[in-house]
Write a protein that binds this ligand. Structure first.
Ligand SMILES: Cc1cc2nc3c(=O)[nH]c(=O)nc-3n(C[C@H](O)[C@H](O)[C@H](O)COP(=O)(O)OP(=O)(O)OC[C@H]3O[C@@H](n4cnc5c(N)ncnc54)[C@H](O)[C@@H]3O)c2cc1C
Length: 524
């Protein structure tokens, strides 16, 4: 296989980069070791940043977020809900911070307006009635999987190839320039070699490992681990932020039918092993109570962790990831390691993914002596051409139209049988977990307790897979869901989990179905 450019990593940065490269007329291949957005871009908070969070701590990031969130809401309309957001001063928070916030917002071009506490409480009745001040901003919610697939589909429409489940093992050079990317096709267990003129390393928290596979000096990407917890209701309709210097658990994001509290920020050693410690879970729930009294009475239904790909910043200590710049950085390995045709990108946010791509592809063009302008800000991705953002009710509307003709497979997320079968046809070798990322099947309050068995049944019934493979798919899916359940087993979630356990283990004996052992393996 040959290509002008190989992009490594299928998170938001990688798909943004391959889209940009393809739109500038280069032949391009993206290689991702798992499914698209299975790394940080699928394990984040879901906030389309207005920039408000950074107006005091990192004005440059604030400005970038303000500009890029408007672009993302337009070109990825179908992945964005324009919820709006509030920054509120909690009962014990310093009310003076709101003045610094407003000044910072004005200086960095982040739209922000103070509103009365009464108005905030009228529009968000669950908010703590003891809040002291409220500022309205343009925060939104972004579905990371939808965004990543939208950008990937756009790249494909411009001629790029996307190879998932291809892990880069080696990057070979000839005469001081990269020449071949060597990968393992994990589904076929075969080696794949891609001859190319340029490699763009967008492997997020794993970017250091990929640079090492090219023989470079270690790139200091410091994985800043953060946990998040989904609560079983949409407790608020706007993003609610604490109006304080960024801290743990200060943002509550309404994402589709649930709300997500987060996050922490602790230096991790290995982005493949991210702990969800009980004390951090407790801290998130305590922080939720400050914003929404009675927060703990909602059921915590899933916890997960992601790792920020932060480039080491000499201004702060190497372990202080909270205060490292969220700004993006491009590393040129020709200067640094004597290997031409290789650039690494790190830092940034999902919100600024398009701008990150523009920067690294501009640098590649500069090194190649090509003058090809970036056009990614002006063209909507497939499915978003109409410019309509989604609302939480969008699937209700769809099911209203087809409820008499179609079976509902997942009641929590209103996934129909035909949606599921369509996705299976498009990804015949996909796992149930891969399909979950695109359909949200199993992501609501029952966490797959009811719909996972139906989904596996439909896959077998429709002749897509045989019974053994069906059990494997089910086993893998359940294993993945369980990882996020263990850290939050308390209160009503214990009852829900016991019910699911009885259905799946007690009645269906899923652990002893043919293929169950193989299915228990988690793809990573
Ligand atoms: C806790 C937390 C909360 C966050 N919240 C927000 C938020 O609300 N809003 C926001 O805008 N941003 C948020 N961010 C930041 C945002 O999620 C990240 O900046 C962004 O997702 C990074 O994307 P990426 O493509 O660079 O990395 P990733 O999404 O991690 O992609 C890197 C990819 O490289 C692949 N890869 C690794 N090694 C190899 C290999 N050898 N071969 C092939 N592929 C490989 C991985 O599988 C992975 O898919 C948050 C981050 C964290 C950790």
């Amino acid at each position: 296989m040959t290509a002008d450019v190989v992009v490594v990593g299928g998170g938001s940065t990688g798909v943004g980069v391959v889209r940009d490269v393809a739109m500038r007329g280069f032949s391009a291949v993206l290689v991702e070791r798992a499914d698209l957005a299975q790394g940080t871009s699928g394990r984040f908070h879901g906030l389309l940043h207005s920039g408000g969070r950074y107006v005091v701590s990192d004005p440059e990031s604030a400005r970038e977020c303000a500009e890029e969130s408007a672009i993302v809401a337009r070109i990825h309309a179908d992945a964005v809900e324009r919820t709006g957001g509030y920054f509120v001063t909690g009962p014990d928070d310093d009310p003076g911070f709101a003045d610094r916030f407003l000044a910072g917002a004005a200086a960095s071009g982040v739209p922000a307006r103070e509103i009365g506490v009464a108005e905030a409480l009228r529009t968000e009745p669950r908010l703590n009635p003891k809040i002291q001040r409220a500022i309205e901003v343009h925060d939104g919610t972004v579905d990371g999987w939808q965004l990543v697939w939208g950008a990937a589909n756009s790249a494909k429409a411009h001629g790029a190839q996307i190879l998932t489940y291809h892990r880069v093992t080696r990057i070979e050079s000839r005469e001081g320039r990269v020449a071949t990317v060597v990968c393992t096709d994990r589904k076929k267990d075969e080696e794949v070699r891609i001859e190319c003129g340029f490699v763009l390393n967008c492997a997020g928290p794993w970017a250091g490992q990929v640079a090492a596979a090219a023989g470079c000096q270690p790139v200091e990407v410091v994985p800043g681990r953060g946990i998040m917890i989904a609560m079983n209701h949409r407790l608020v309709n706007r993003v609610i932020n604490r109006c304080i210097y960024p801290d743990d658990g200060d943002i509550l994001v309404p994402v589709h039918t649930v709300s997500i509290i987060g996050t922490t920020d602790v230096r991790a050693d290995d982005p493949d092993r991210l702990a969800i410690p009980r004390d951090e879970v407790r801290r998130m729930l305590d922080a939720g109570e400050i914003l929404i009294p009675g927060f703990r009475q909602a059921r915590a239904l899933h916890a997960w962790a992601g790792a920020r790909p932060l480039i080491k910043d000499t201004r702060v200590s190497a372990s202080d990831t909270r205060h490292m710049s969220r700004g993006m950085a491009v590393i040129d390995h020709s200067e640094r390691d004597g290997i031409g045709g290789l650039l690494t990108i790190g830092g940034g946010k999902l919100t600024t993914y398009r701008l990150m791509a523009e920067h690294i592809v501009d640098e590649m063009c500069r090194q190649l002596g090509e003058s090809r302008p970036c056009t990614t800000a002006s063209e909507a991705v497939p499915g978003s051409e109409g410019g309509r953002n989604y609302a939480v009710t969008h699937r209700l509307g769809d099911r209203e139209a087809d409820r008499l003709d179609d079976q509902i497979l997942c009641e929590c997320e209103l996934v129909s049988r035909s949606m599921f079968e369509r996705a299976l046809n498009e990804q015949p070798t996909g796992s149930l977990d891969d399909l979950r990322r695109q359909l949200r099947v199993g992501m609501g309050p029952c966490q797959g307790g009811f719909c996972s068995v139906r989904a596996a049944g439909v896959a077998v019934d429709g002749g897509h897979v045989d019974a053994t493979r069906g059990s494997e798919l089910l086993g893998g899916f359940l294993k993945n869901r369980w990882i996020g359940l263990w850290p939050i087993l308390y209160g009503d979630q214990v009852r829900q989990t016991a019910l699911d356990n009885w259905i799946l283990r007690g009645t269906l004996d899923v652990d002893h179905l043919p293929g169950a052992e193989a299915g228990a393996e988690v793809a990573a």
